[in-house]
Each structure stands twice: as structure tokens, then as C-alpha cells.
Design a protein around this ligand. Structure first.
Ligand SMILES: CCCCCCCCCCCC(=O)SCCNC(=O)CCNC(=O)[C@H](O)C(C)(C)COP(=O)(O)OP(=O)(O)OC[C@H]1O[C@@H](n2cnc3c(N)ncnc32)[C@H](O)[C@@H]1OP(=O)(O)O
Length: 173
């Protein structure tokens, strides 16, 4: 069964760690020293004005453990003139494989992300990120993906990733 994932614009969505609506300042010993409201906090890919940055929709297949993202990178995401910045591509790859890992394994964090950039992605073009869960080993989830043109004729990027389920016995990730 495939479910569309609705990430509401302008509102933080996350695993709850760290809280999206708070800023936790840490001292040198990593202990929280101050927590204050940060009402401006947003999910990073939803932080730019509509039409200028990350325009995307995700769909998750619960049976096959696959997440697909349809992405259009807007003009504020330019790297080399006319093309998407590699960091913007990495953000959406991390978000897509991350969504796949979260919906499969619950609270996880990215431990490792390897990306091969094969072709530059033209700014404002629409691409598809296809991700799937490859295997689970204990707390480790291995998720891979590719980024292709809509007609699947151009392979833009490929990536592998490792997500680690947060250990409730550890106080902070
Ligand atoms: C619904 C809406 C949601 C919306 C969701 C939208 C998706 C958003 C996705 C964005 C996600 C992010 O960007 S997260 C932000 C970027 N990532 C981070 O900041 C994470 C920083 N790293 C950490 O906090 C930590 O290292 C963790 C939590 C990843 C792991 O720490 P830990 O829990 O103490 O685990 P640890 O014992 O060290 O390791 C557990 C196992 O994993 C292995 N392991 C750990 N790290 C690595 C590594 N880099 N490379 C290889 N292997 C590793 C260990 O060898 C061990 O294997 P074995 O001995 O068991 O075999």
C-alpha cells in the first residue's frame, strides 16, 4: 500500500529529537544549559518560500519499504549557474532515505550518507528520488536511492546510507 506523506508547509515535522520548537543550547560537556522557545524553527527543506527552494512530495510504500520523492529544486538552490547545488541534492536525498528509514524503523538518525553525483541537475527541473530499505541489522537500517529524470533516461545521482535507531537508554543522540 502506498501512502502520500503530507509535510505541512511552515510547520516543523520530526522525530521529536531534537524538538522542532525549541533551541537547546549545550555547554562544552554537552549538557543542556538553556532551553528557550524557538518559534521560527522549521523542517529545513520546508524553510524557504514556496516556489523558490525545495518543492517536493513524498510517497511511501509500506509493503515494499520504498519511499519516492518528486522534487523540483527552485532558483534559491543554485550551485553552478543553472544547476542545483550539491548540498541541496544531498538534503533531499537525506530527507528521502530518512523518511524511508523513519517510516520503517521509527526514531533514527543518519549515521552515514554516500552520494555519487553522476550528472548535474538543471535548476527548476523535476526529478524523482527512488529509495528503498535494503536491509536491517539490529539497530542499523541500510537505505539506498537514486535520483533520475522523470523519463528515467538520466541518472543524476546514486546514494547509500546508514541510519541508526536511537537507543532509548542513551540520553542524547
Ligand atoms: C514522520 C516525519 C519524520 C520526518 C523525517 C524526515 C527525515 C529527515 C532525515 C534527516 C536525518 C538527519 O539528517 S539526522 C542529522 C545528521 N545526523 C546526525 O547528526 C547523527 C550524529 N550521530 C549520532 O548521533 C550517533 O552517532 C548515532 C545516533 C547515529 C549513533 O549513535 P549510537 O546510538 O550511540 O550508536 P552506536 O552504538 O555508536 O552504533 C550503533 C551501530 O551503528 C554503527 N555505526 C554508527 N555510526 C556509524 C557510521 N557512521 N558508519 C558505520 N557504522 C556506524 C556502529 O558500529 C554500531 O554497529 P554494531 O556494533 O551494532 O554492528
Amino acid at each position: 500500500m502506498s501512502i502520500p506523506i503530507n509535510l505541512v508547509r511552515g510547520r516543523g515535522v520530526g522525530s521529536g529529537r531534537p524538538r522542532q520548537d525549541s533551541l537547546c543550547l549545550r555547554g562544552a560537556d554537552s549538557k543542556p544549559v538553556k532551553e528557550e522557545p524557538l518559534s521560527q524553527a522549521r523542517l529545513f527543506p520546508r524553510s524557504l518560500e514556496e516556489g523558490l527552494g525545495f518543492e517536493y512530495a513524498m510517497f511511501h510504500n509500506q509493503v515494499e519499504n520504498r519511499t519516492v520523492c518528486i522534487l523540483q529544486g527552485g532558483p534559491y538552490l543554485q550551485g553552478i549557474p543553472g544547476f542545483l547545488h550539491g548540498g541541496a541534492i544531498a538534503t533531499m536525498i537525506d530527507s528521502t532515505v530518512g523518511m524511508c528509514a523513519v517510516l520503517t524503523g521509527g526514531a533514527v538518525m543518519t549515521a552515514n550518507l554516500n552520494i555519487n553525483f553522476r550528472r548535474p541537475i538543471p535548476l527548476c527541473s523535476v526529478v524523482v528520488i527512488n529509495s528503498q530499505l535494503d536491509k536491517i541489522e539490529g539497530r542499523k537500517l541500510f537505505v539506498s536511492c537514486n535520483v533520475q529524470s522523470l523519463d528515467e533516461k538520466t541518472l543524476y545521482s546514486e546514494a547509500t546510507s546508514l541510519f541508526v535507531k536511537l537507543d532509548p537508554k542513551k540520553t542524547s543522540p
